[in-house]
Design a binder for this molecule. Structure first.
Ligand code: SAH
Length: 358
């Protein structure tokens, strides 16, 4: 019965997304909220299949592989949802040294993967080592795309890292609404975060943002506004995953984000941003079952196997039970093949740079 309405709304979302003015954004927002509040199975099936078609048309029929190394779990921040927050004294902290990082990259390169993502908490040690490290990686692996995800930093540091070889940067906005952002972060505000994202884009980074779904206090309206914020800035990558409560955080007793809401956010972001890279996030793989396949069927197109040294994987505990703890590095190719087979999409190990025209 609602199928025609859903189809009409999907087509409206697809066609209005490139207008980006007050009136079209008002209509877009209404349509996004309609989907976030809709649980009709047929409507959602239609949404996911349209999102997959848009992905295939704008990004090609493939799943892109990006390898992740978590280089330090030290963090000076107090984000209320994150297990790495500096107030969590029960977490054993680690930092990879240069040799450990280079040996992980050697392994990534042997697996023929051409994108490397280095992620960490906000750690002064990592910042200090970065310029020299980037130079060495670029020298040894000139064709490797280097993505950083090291949190907020100064324009000058972002600039220096770019000059030394970083190509891309991931910094999720987490929540674009200032009041909501404040409720989730001690001693931080969304304006600094937005400034960082704009600096990264100015410096020519292929820039990724994103959000968590199901955070305490978050509403459907917030999610719709986040997607409209992504569209306004036309980010190259959008990472979306469910919030998973961590026992050693202020939000230990809050409920987990829902899979359905996460899949809807992925599909709606795909309809609107069209040619962005959208990962099937590790968080979606870490629930009662592995939902990364469902994410790809809802329009996602990136998978990020974890190549951190096995002994440290457990310690990068932003949330509990990360799937990568169960997935050994030596089995990475098999796990990727399984996902590819289930989604009937081939894997691509190439760099897969920005598609968007600027
Ligand atoms: N310091 C970096 C990396 C942070 S960890 C930065 O600031 O960008 C990477 C992402 O994990 C975060 O951006 C956040 O969206 C996600 N994350 C943190 N805690 C989480 C939780 N409890 N559940 C799900 N995702 C979480």
């Amino acid at each position: 019965m609602t199928k025609n309405i859903a189809l009409k709304k999907i087509n409206q979302i697809i066609s209005l997304s490139n207008k980006n003015n007050l009136i079209t954004n008002f209509i877009l927002k209404k349509n996004l909220i309609w989907f976030f509040n809709n649980h009709d199975e047929n409507d959602l099936k239609l949404l996911y299949s349209k999102a997959s078609q848009i992905r295939d048309k704008y990004c090609g029929k493939k799943i892109v592989v990006r390898a992740l190394i978590e280089i330090s779990n030290y963090c000076s921040c107090e984000c209320l949802y994150c297990g790495l927050n500096c107030k969590n004294s029960s977490l054993e902290r680690y930092r990879l040294n240069k040799e450990e990082i280079l040996s992980s990259i050697e392994n990534i390169s042997k697996n023929k993967i051409e994108t490397l993502v280095m992620q960490a908490g906000e750690d002064f040690y990592v910042r200090k080592m970065m310029p020299q490290l980037l130079r060495e990686i670029k020298e040894k692996y000139p064709n490797m795309a280097i993505t950083l995800s090291l949190g907020e930093d100064s324009f000058n540091n972002y600039k220096l890292w770019k000059e030394k070889g970083a190509d891309r940067y991931l910094l999720r906005i987490e929540a674009s609404n200032p009041t909501l952002y404040k409720k989730l972060h001690n001693k931080k505000n969304v304006f600094t975060r937005k400034k960082c994202l704009s600096n990264l884009q100015k410096l020519g980074y292929q820039t990724g943002s994103g959000m968590m779904i199901g955070l305490p206090y978050q509403t459907s309206k917030n999610l719709a506004e986040d997607i409209i914020y992504f569209n306004k800035h036309n980010f190259d990558m959008i990472g979306i995953g469910p919030f998973i409560p961590h026992p050693e955080t202020k939000f230990f007793d809050k409920s987990q984000g829902s899979v359905e809401m996460t899949l809807k956010a992925i599909a709606l972001s795909r309809l609107i941003l069209k040619d962005s890279w959208i990962p099937a996030t590790t968080a979606l793989g870490s629930l009662d079952k592995d939902y990364r396949i469902d994410a790809i069927k809802a329009g996602a197109n990136v998978i990020m196997p974890n190549f951190s040294p096995e002994i440290y994987k457990k310690q990068y505990e932003i949330y509990p039970n990360k799937i990568c703890i169960k997935e050994e590095n030596k089995n990475a190719q098999n796990i990727l093949e399984e996902i590819s087979c289930a989604c009937q999409l081939p894997l691509s190990f190439e760099r897969n740079d920005r598609i968007k025209n600027y």
